[in-house]
Design a protein around this ligand. Structure first.
Ligand code: CTP
Length: 407
């Protein structure tokens, strides 16, 4: 049985030649047992008729905010709540731009902005439009908001030119949706602890020792674990990110000691713990009660003490059935250093980032990782958006737990 059976899917169609493929996509979705509501842009109707789409979906096609003769309002908010996912195929350059910038001047974009569930976007356009920096920047923004981009294929285009811009084939789009739904709830009942962001170690009331960690990797992991059914406790240092997910409990901390306390408190109940935070290794021995002033002739000296190692502390507490995952950010001897940390901290697996890889560092939206497990298995991944890296890490954890016969 298809994992799409009974799923509520919004199919968004924009005005491009590839709209003819949306008919096959709609047929395949309906055949798989999904309930599909088509939302089409005014330009989309120039390419494909609502009559065809409504006959196949067995629902009136939505395009305008109101039905002209009755004044009936089509609620994009209700649609957004109804849907288990939204797939926009084809997504034209213009609609990508509107979605990326919140220009809600048609029903498709307002529905997109109201959608609470996962959105899949399958762009289709001519190769030069696709390659244009503004299109690429819009795609990257949309990806960074958590949307899944189904990349176009290379091939012959409607213009007669050959290049990247052909909408992915309907069968492949259905594969992506099926994969998403088949693993979307594979972590129901699991409890997961994640640490994220930097820690701040106070020097005086206005200064601290910190680092450049943005928290993006940890927050992406929290979102992904939650979307796959887990109950997540996210212990986070100070970051500029927000998370609004009923399955994620956010515990805000500042220092490494506060992070350790929050983690040891919840760890006994956890199935999985992922140590993603960039914890300061040292903290000032004494915190000045008042702001350290400049008038002294001598340069002040800050004496440091070692901070607790949170991953190693949890490693010492770890019981059978618990999976402990660490990260290692290295500049040299990467694999050797990561393996040493894996052993020393009693981790089950470690996710290695190299500072030498472009796009795989603090503050970026992308990451390039290798995963090494305590049984010696290893997997190297290419440069990807952090939300996709999060899925790779979760898949690896699930695989490892199966191997260790935990689940
Ligand atoms: N970690 C931790 N507590 C610390 C330091 C690190 O929990 N005080 C965790 C990190 O969250 C990460 C792993 O340990 O999962 C490795 O962190 P990293 O900074 O690479 O290693 P360190 O042990 O700090 O070693 P070094 O700084 O010498 O590379």
């Amino acid at each position: 049985m298809s994992p799409l059976k009974g799923k509520h899917i919004i199919l968004g169609i924009c005005g491009g030649i590839a709209a003819y493929k949306s008919v096959s996509l709609l047929r395949l979705l309906v055949k798989a047992g999904a309930e599909v509501q088509v939302v089409i842009t005014p330009a989309g109707k120039e390419f494909i008729t609502p009559v065809t789409l409504s006959s196949l979906s067995q629902k009136p096609v939505v395009s305008e905010f109101f039905t002209a003769n009755t004044g009936e309002w089509h609620s994009h908010v209700d649609l957004g709540l109804w849907a288990d996912c939204m797939v926009i195929a084809p997504a034209t350059a213009s609609t990508l731009g509107k979605m990326a910038h919140g220009i809600a001047d048609n029903m498709l974009v307002t529905t997109y902005l109201s959608a609470k569930s996962q959105v899949f976007i399958a762009p289709a356009m001519d190769l030069d439009m696709m390659a244009h920096p503004s299109t690429q920047a819009n795609i990257e923004s949309l990806r960074s908001y958590g949307n899944i981009i189904i990349e176009p294929e290379s091939g012959e285009l409607a213009s007669g030119l050959v290049g990247k811009g052909r909408m992915e084939e309907p069968e492949k789009i259905v594969d992506v949706l099926e994969e998403y739904f088949s693993k979307s709830l594979d972590l129901i009942g699991k409890r997961v602890l994640i640490t994220a962001g930097p820690t701040r170690e106070k020097i005086d009331p206005v200064r601290f020792i910190g680092n450049y960690s943005s928290g993006k990797m940890g927050y992406s992991l929290a979102e992904k674990f939650a979307s796959r059914g887990a109950q997540v406790t996210l212990v986070s240092g100070p970051v500029a990110l927000k998370i609004d997910n009923p399955s994620v409990t956010l515990v805000k901390v500042e220092s490494a000691r506060e992070m350790l306390e929050a983690c040891t408190h919840v760890f006994p109940d956890m199935d999985i713990a992922v140590m993603c935070a960039a914890v300061a290794d040292y903290a000032p021995k004494d915190v000045a009660e008042r702001k350290i002033k400049r008038e002294h002739d001598d340069v002040p000296v800050i004496h440091l003490v070692k901070n607790p190692d949170i991953a190693a502390s949890l490693g010492a507490l770890k019981k059978d059935g618990q999976t402990l995952v660490g990260f290692a950010l290295e500049t040299d001897h990467e694999v050797e250093n990561a393996c040493e940390k894996l052993l020393r901290k009693n981790l089950d697996m470690i996710v290695l980032n190299s500072m030498r890889d472009k796009g795989a560092c603090f503050g970026t939206d992308t990451n390039k990782v290798s995963i090494i497990a305590s049984d010696g298995s290893r997997m190297d991944f290419g440069l990807k958006p952090k939300c996709e890296v999060a899925d790779d890490i979760i898949d690896f954890i699930i695989g490892l737990r199966k191997k260790f016969m935990i689940d």
